[in-house]
Design a protein. Structure first.
Length: 292
């Protein structure tokens, strides 16, 4: 249970700490100030410290000295342009990424939101080219076996029972793509990781119900930060497809037994620089659908 105290001489009874702690309800207002009533329910999110206008909340896990004031943020237009500039990079330079840079980027991922403020996403980094190449070959082989199985029509009823018709029909459509990967690999290409110098693997506890969501948020933080450091990234979905059918891949990346792989991404210096931000399909937005 964290040590939390309200300094009554600073508290203005604005109620901000009570309002932002809506889930845990750690605080209540009394006649003089805010009051800590349920510290044992604290999620350790730090909202109370971040929102208090007079630094009246003294939280042992979030000392004010470790919580700097926020600087002016980029404008809306600057933020949108940064989002538009991000590209999925599949052509990399043969240049090593310093490990300290990788550590800094992974560190940025801790500022991503997580369900119930669990903060339980961790990372594995691979930067051994031979190991990455072996992993790519294993993924290609696994997807090749899947393609051959999907092409056997007599096996589909069993697959429908095991995986569901929709997933199997979608995989059948991808079978040609899996065969193409094998052809590219035979030509010495790397159709999975694109000869990237670094693989980053975000993993969560097996018991985490929202681990996938948390990992995607964390990975996108890394992607955006990497762009600012002159690096590029690409989310590798093929790895997760192969992982469902080849559990040995867990061992190949050194994953702890109590964890599950959620996101795999490449990292490296782009060979080419992109000069223009492209348009994208406008998203449909429905207000109160189905309402009379």
């Amino acid at each position: 249970m964290p040590d939390i105290e309200i300094h009554e001489d600073r508290c203005t009874r604005c109620g901000a700490c009570v309002a932002v702690c809506a889930s845990s309800q750690v605080f209540e207002l009394n006649e003089r100030s805010a009051e800590v009533v349920r510290p044992e329910d604290c999620w350790l999110c730090g909202h109370c410290v971040a929102v208090c206008p007079t630094d009246a909340v003294d939280h042992a896990r979030f000392p004010v000295g470790a919580c700097p004031p926020t600087d002016p943020l980029p404008s809306y237009e600057e933020l949108v342009m940064a989002l538009r500039e991000r590209r999925s990079i599949r052509v990399y330079r043969e240049k090593r990424v310093p490990r300290e840079t990788v550590r800094e980027l992974v560190d940025v991922s801790r500022w991503a939101p997580s369900a119930s403020n669990a903060q339980d996403i961790d990372w594995i980094a691979l930067d051994d080219p031979a190991r990455i190449a072996r992993l790519s070959a294993e993924v290609v082989e696994t997807l090749g076996r899947l393609a051959r199985l999907l092409q056997i029509r007599l096996a589909r009823p069993l697959l429908y029972l095991a995986l569901g018709r929709e997933r199997v029909d979608e995989a059948v459509e991808s079978a040609e793509d899996f065969d193409r990967l094998a052809e590219q690999h035979e030509r010495g290409e790397d159709p999975i990781f694109y000869h990237a110098p670094v693989l980053l693997i975000a993993h969560a506890p097996k018991a985490s119900y929202f681990g996938r969501d948390d990992a995607v948020y964390a990975a996108y933080n890394v992607m955006l930060a990497a762009e600012r450091r002159g690096l590029g990234t690409c989310h590798i979905g093929f790895f997760n497809v192969a992982l469902e059918r080849n559990r040995a891949l867990r061992t190949a990346v050194g994953l702890p037994p109590d964890r599950k792989i959620e996101v795999v991404m490449t990292l490296g210096y782009p060979r080419f620089q992109y000069r223009r931000a492209l348009p994208r399909r406008r998203r449909k937005l429905a207000w109160n659908p189905g309402q009379d």
